[in-house]
Design a protein around this ligand. Structure first.
Ligand code: AMP
Length: 379
């Protein structure tokens, strides 16, 4: 067990996206120094870090130079090779571990882990050929969804199979070679996620579930608190804590879940800060980013209490029509709206460029205001 790393120390972050940027901002606010590592030299986390290393994930020399100045390392991106994390961990404690990362970045390992731990998830069959897919569709029934085992996010690498006469050869081809997971379709009413943090010595903290609304498979709005019963809320938090415990998480994790007739079905795990937790920056006692830093450094965990109901609105590149920056004055004039921009440069459709958090005395009021802001920005 490593000793707590107190403010003033240096944290390394693998990955230079917005999750790293906001973690770095939280760390720097607490007095830590921050080093980032990313294959891109223009990574948006680098702009708020003390130093940045641009190199490939398998560049051992560059990793060694990066690790030399760090007293603790963490990550903000799921598709880092686990071997990179194990290598770093030989030099300096790195959380979450390569084992946690390996489970969460592969749908097959993730589903098998959840099943083995008795966590409710959709029925699934692992398939590695067109023939296996045909047999699995017969077993699971339609509708169902085929997902690639590796590198899936925001609905990428997925094909829904709605009826029995679907051409499965086409479906298999779309997914490409390799291994897939065929999952039963869950007719859920709501999607929620729970952020949970855990330290190396087993202390935990859990946030209220957020309710997630997607557009084109990308998170559009995140509502906090989720519109679920107290019993469902407690069950969701209990499941997230159980998962953190069983997987031996050190750091922060988002557990994505479906709610179907009051029951919870776990969909995905992300061992890093999550898009559905961005509102905690403005609406909770401790943001998910500060909690990430606290958990990784072995500090006492911060309070998770929600101070006000809130709605987080993602700002995607689609809002930059014809290269025009949206009119932020529409947001800035709202006293209860907080604008976060990630300084990513080139906007592209679907690219996450920033977000807005709207707080209000009621969730309904926050939702109304967020929807009005979205309408104004898209006008
Ligand atoms: P994922 O990449 O697994 O997070 O899936 C992206 C989105 O696809 C989810 O947020 C759901 O809206 C939908 N989805 C994924 N798996 C299922 C499923 N088994 N049943 C119903 N909807 C699903």
């Amino acid at each position: 067990m490593s000793a707590p790393l107190l403010p003033g120390g240096t944290i390394g972050i693998l990955g230079g996206g917005q999750l790293g940027r906001m973690s770095a901002i939280a760390a720097r606010r607490m007095g830590y120094k921050v080093k980032t590592f990313d294959p891109s030299s223009s990574a948006c986390a680098a702009m708020v870090a003390d130093s940045h290393t641009t190199a490939a994930w398998n560049d051992i020399e560059a990793l060694r130079r990066f690790a030399e100045g760090c007293e603790r390392v963490t990550l903000e991106f799921e598709n880092i090779p686990p071997a990179t994390v194990s290598q770093i961990n030989e030099w300096v404690p790195c959380h979450p571990s390569a084992e946690v990362l390996a489970i969460c970045q592969n749908r097959r390992r993730e589903k098998e882990f959840l099943k083995a731990q008795g966590i409710p998830c959709a029925h699934f069959v692992v398939v590695s050929s067109h023939d296996e897919l045909s047999a699995a569709v017969k077993k699971i029934g339609v509708p169902c969804v085929l997902k690639t085992a590796d590198f899936g996010y925001d609905g990428k690498g997925q094909v829904k199979i709605s009826n029995t006469d679907t051409n499965l050869e086409d479906v298999w081809e779309k997914i490409g070679d390799g291994v897939g997971v065929l999952e039963a379709w869950v007719p859920f009413q709501l999607e929620i996620s729970v952020i949970v943090a855990r330290t190396e010595d087993g202390r935990t903290a859990v946030y209220d579930p957020a309710e997630n609304i997607h557009r084109n498979h990308i998170l559009h709005l995140s509502l906090s608190p989720a519109r679920i019963s107290d019993a469902t809320r407690r069950e969701a938090q209990t499941l997230a804590l159980q998962i953190a415990e069983k997987i031996k998480l050190v750091g922060i994790m988002a557990v994505e879940m479906f709610v179907q007739d009051g029951r919870i079905i776990v969909n995905e795990l992300a061992p890093r800060p999550h898009n559905s937790g961005h509102q905690t920056f403005d609406a909770n006692q401790t943001s998910q980013f500060e909690q990430h830093v606290r958990a990784v450094c072995g500090l006492p965990l911060g309070g998770t209490e929600m101070l006000k109901p809130s709605v987080m609105l993602n700002l995607l590149g689609d809002l930059w029509r014809n290269g025009q920056t949206p009119d932020w004055s529409k947001v800035l004039k709202e006293p209860a709206a907080k604008l976060h921009l990630y300084d990513k440069g080139q906007a592209a459709p679907g690219r996450k460029m920033g977000h807005i958090t709207v707080t209000a005395d009621s969730l309904e009021a926050a939702l109304q205001k967020a929807e009005a802001l979205f309408a104004a920005l898209t006008k």
